[in-house]
Write a protein that binds this ligand. Structure first.
Ligand code: 9MR
Length: 891
């Protein structure tokens, strides 16, 4: 298990974190989630009997919860944490090992005990203290530590309350190097720590964004009742519009709660503010409509621009709140990505590895995970080339928040290229040992603390050894790049293909170079000792692109070919299980397989989808995710999304609506129909995650910083409690409830490129569903159209703000140039900032005009733009638009 983002501890005179709010306040700031801290009744306790406050004090969970200074790397072996301290340190605090987040209460007595050894006798300063300036100490002792391994015990009384104190062993000051080991560390005392009880709001659980007009509409009700109950569907005015009976479903194993399900699919009337009431309890409001997911499509894709490395993030595209300087461009204190060395002993060259996307809450850039991420982004686009009714315009030039808009290339490909360029820079140059392989990853030498903007990261960056898995990620993604960029930039497409071929050959020559699972200092390990699936995926992509026999042989000769369960594991595809990504493309993108071979691949897709659909149908919360052992994994929401991608592809292939229904049921789960009654996507739904683990979207730690941008999906419930916050607050949780919206819970609440990529794919699919021919077209505007234009307007609201998205399509036969779109807001909306158009508002009247590059709307063409603004909670959408004075049809 890797040492995770716990900051290295500096000398006591230097604060090592930014402004930080108290834990209680931080939990409360889970906002609508409203974490409740309840203190159970408990009598006075002696220090010996009090609760254990050290997380993982027996090191049975590896290094979880522990940190050390950069100069003294640590590792756990045989129940001991040992750090290697260099010789020649001066002050005690020049080398420290410790743990943070320890709650202490004024006047309570505590017993600290531990066993320590040192290969050179030293005096350790054992401190229990504040974790930030002024470093007030509640306990400090000078303990002589040698190789005898005697247990040390201290008793002290806390003079003040601390929500997150620190245990620090300060072991610097020795001329000689030595090994310092800890075992059985315990700190007991005080009252029982608060028990975290999530505020799950209404027991009536629905998709808080809404249901497609002709899609399934189901929900879940938590109750002790065992007989059917009446449900009542009401419109925004409170009038009952439908009713029925619930279906008791018994105790749901994912939440360990007794639940009923209800189904109002029969209702197909569009509208906002619907609610379901059962047994006196009312759900959060939701919409029914066709155009519910267009802003999710663009927001989920904007995630990648927001997290670009090596480029300034432009306020004109994302708003002032999210603008920031370029990260890792060789400007101090960054050490930059322009000339990066390897870890000592790994190589003797340096590479320019600027650009790309930051992986997640950390500033690492990993080929092994970056490849599947960019592949799924590209697949969202490629789907629009091969599926009837999929809308390429929505991803096209001028449609997304990317600075390259207006360059004639679909915006989604511009975004992908930012990452593809980086991935290719990670390839070992010709002439060097292992030429053609890709470095597994590059990242900071040591973990940094939160919050930290990318351009402020002071850590040296290092290339880690090449790996077969990373090389095959590169081969697969670059091969897909080659076919998609061919119409737009043949040179770049050629560069991608050459890189892919070289990577493939290098991986064949080095088929078992695995990343070290312990290489987790300063970045994630992303180790993977089974690369059969990466070989399958890369062979598939190279074969689709080139049709060449070498790749066909590799594909058909793979032990995975035809093995549905191996290609599509029940728990879902992931960065470590990538074969399915290749199989999905083989099943949908034109390629040289024979009809029988193609049928076999498609059978794998539909068989897997049948399994996921059955899982969704038998789950009380409708989620198409049922891992065999019943435990939810790190990033479970992305497993759900990847299963949805398989289901959606099966729907694209067969037109069978049951696959579509299972996709939508998965979306319901992610957007609120779940045991926590929480939408896991920032900015979507009434109650959504907003404190995901991220270094610069760190509002929970510094109110001057923003929350994650709308459209960022949290990792989600993780049964293995792999961070200190999860360990402290989620003990004993039911699988789908092992989640906390806390910024330090990286194992349940991080955000990453490989989780947002399938979200973007699914949002794109779902938005296309809503726009399909079978979508309702009689939902409102029916007058005044001159037939020359069609407008799609969507608003996504949160708290007191909203994001609006407008697409104007020229349905006439001559170009409209320059264009001017006007409308009036029926309510109090105020636009504060816009992108891809110049938008001015006078009172309620709005005029949007083009920027220099999108002044013409060709016949059949579309221009899209968006804006942020303030609005009341119930503000209605504008119903009429005029393009150059002619009324448009509104969809
Ligand atoms: O997504 C990864 C998950 O599958 C692993 O279990 C976990 C522990 O190794 O690491 C996750 O990936 C993290 C990576 O190591 C570092 N950047 C953030 C990633 C998401 O938490």
């Amino acid at each position: 298990m890797p040492q995770r983002p716990t900051p290295t501890s500096p000398d006591p005179g230097r604060p090592r974190r930014g402004r930080r709010r108290a834990l209680g306040a931080a939990l409360a700031s889970a906002g609508l989630l409203g974490g409740v801290l309840a203190v159970p009744a408990s009598g006075a306790e002696t220090a010996d009997e009090g609760p254990e406050l050290i997380v993982n004090g027996d090191f049975s969970d590896g290094t979880t919860g522990w940190w050390w200074t950069e100069n003294s790397p640590g590792a756990v072996d045989d129940g001991k944490l040992c750090v290697e301290v260099p010789g020649g340190t001066v002050e005690p605090w020049d080398a420290i090992v410790g743990q943070d987040g320890i709650p202490l209460q004024e006047g309570e007595s505590y017993t600290l005990s531990f066993t320590a050894t040192s290969t050179v006798p030293i005096v350790a300063r054992t401190n229990v203290q504040m974790a930030t300036e002024p470093w007030d100490q509640e306990h400090s002792s000078a303990d002589v530590i040698d190789d005898s391994g005697e247990q040390v015990t201290h008793v002290f009384t806390a003079a003040a309350d601390h929500e997150a104190a620190q245990l620090a062993y300060q072991i610097g000051g020795s001329a000689e190097p030595f090994t310092f080991c800890l075992e059985q560390v315990s700190l007991r005392g005080g009252a029982e720590p608060p028990v975290y009880e999530p505020d799950t709001g209404s027991p009536v659980r629905v998709n808080q964004v809404g249901y497609l007009t002709d899609g399934p509409k189901r929900g879940t009700f938590v109750t002790t009742a065992t007989s059917p109950l009446n449900w009542s569907l009401r419109d925004a005015g409170g009038t009952e519009r439908a009713s029925g009976s619930t279906s008791p479903a018994g105790v749901d194993p994912t939440s360990r709660e007794n639940v009923h399900t209800f189904d109002f699919s029969e209702v197909t009337e569009p509208g906002e503010g619907w609610t379901v009431t059962i047994d006196g309890e009312t759900s959060d409001p939701f919409a029914i409509g066709d155009d519910l997911y267009s802003s999710l499509r663009t927001d989920a894709l904007a995630y990648f621009y927001h997290n670009r490395s090596g480029i300034e993030i432009d306020a004109d595209l994302v708003g002032e709140e999210y603008a920031r300087p370029a990260g890792h461009v060789d400007v101090a204190p960054n050490q930059g990505d322009g000339d990066v060395p390897c870890q000592p002993g790994v190589c003797d060259y340096r590479l320019d590895v600027t650009g790309g996307w930051y992986d997640a809450g950390d500033h690492g850039k990993y080929v092994v995970n970056g490849g599947i991420s960019v592949a799924q982004v590209m697949s969202a686009y490629e789907r629009t080339l091969v599926v009837d009714g999929a809308d390429g315009d929505a991803l096209g030039d001028g449609s997304l928040r990317v600075p390259e808009r207006g360059n004639g290339v679909p915006d989604i490909l511009d975004e992908a290229r930012w990452q593809l360029d980086f991935l290719m820079r990670m390839q070992v140059p010709a002439g060097e040992p292992l030429a053609g392989m890709a470095h597994h990853k590059m990242h900071d030498r040591a973990w940094t603390g939160l919050p930290l903007l990318p351009h402020q990261d002071p850590q040296p960056r290092e290339l880690h050894p090449p790996s077969t898995a990373a090389t095959l990620n590169l081969a697969a993604a670059a091969a897909q790049c080659a076919r998609l960029f061919e119409p737009y930039d043949a040179d770049f497409a050629g560069q991608c293909l050459e890189s892919a071929r070289t990577a493939w050959d290098a991986a064949r020559a080095n088929p078992a170079r695995y990343a070290d699972p312990n290489d987790g200092q300063g970045g994630g390990a992303y180790s993977d000792n089974d690369v059969t699936d990466e070989f399958y995926w890369a062979a598939a992509e190279l074969f689709i692109t080139t049709g060449e026999d070498t790749y066909r042989q590799a594909l058909l000769g793979s032990p995975l070919h035809g093995d549905t369960d191996a290609v599509f594991p029940r728990g879902g595809m992931s960065w470590a299980q990538t074969a399915g990504v290749g199989a999905l493309n083989l099943a949908t993108v034109d390629n040289g397989l024979t009809a029988a071979q193609l049928a076999q691949v498609r059978r794998m897709v539909t068989e897997a989808a049948d399994g996921y659909a059955a899982d969704a149908a038998s789950a009380a919360y409708g989620v198409p995710y049922a891992p065999e052992n019943g435990e939810y994994v790190w990033g479970s929401n992305s497993q759900v999304l990847n299963n949805m991608v398989v289901l959606a592809t099966a729907h694209d292939l067969t037109g069978d609506a049951s696959y579509r229904d299972a996709v939508l049921s998965g979306l319901d789960y992610l957007l609120g129909r779940n045991p926590l009654n929480l939408s896991y996507v920032t900015g979507y739904g009434e109650r959504y995650s907003k404190n995901q683990h991220h270094r610069h979207w760190a509002n929970q730690l510094n109110p001057d910083l923003p929350n994650p941008a709308p459209g960022s999906v949290a990792g989600g419930p993780n049964s293995s409690l792999q961070d200190p916050i999860a360990q402290r607050y989620l003990q004993g949780c039911a699988p789908a409830m092992c989640y906390i919206d806390h910024i330090e819970s990286w194992a349940t609440n991080e955000i990453t490129i490989n989780w947002n990529a399938p979200l973007a794919w699914i949002a794109s699919y779902t938005d296309d569903l809503g726009r399909g021919d079978d979508g309702g077209d009689d939902g409102g505007d029916d007058g005044g159209t001159n037939g020359q234009c069609e407008v799609t307007y969507s608003a996504h609201r949160w708290d007191s703000g909203f994001t609006g998205q407008v697409s104007v399509r020229n349905t006439g036969s001559s170009p409209v140039s320059p264009w001017e779109l006007r409308w009036s807001f029926p309510d109090d909306q105020r636009i504060t900032q816009a992108w891809n158009a110049e938008v001015t508002q006078t009172g309620r009247d709005v005029v949007a005009r083009p920027l220099s590059w999108n002044g013409t709307i060709e016949p059949g063409g579309t221009v899209s733009f968006g804006f942020n603004g303030s609005s009341g909670a119930q503000a209605a959408d504008p119903a009429a638009f005029t393009l150059n004075a002619g009324a448009c049809q509104v969809r």
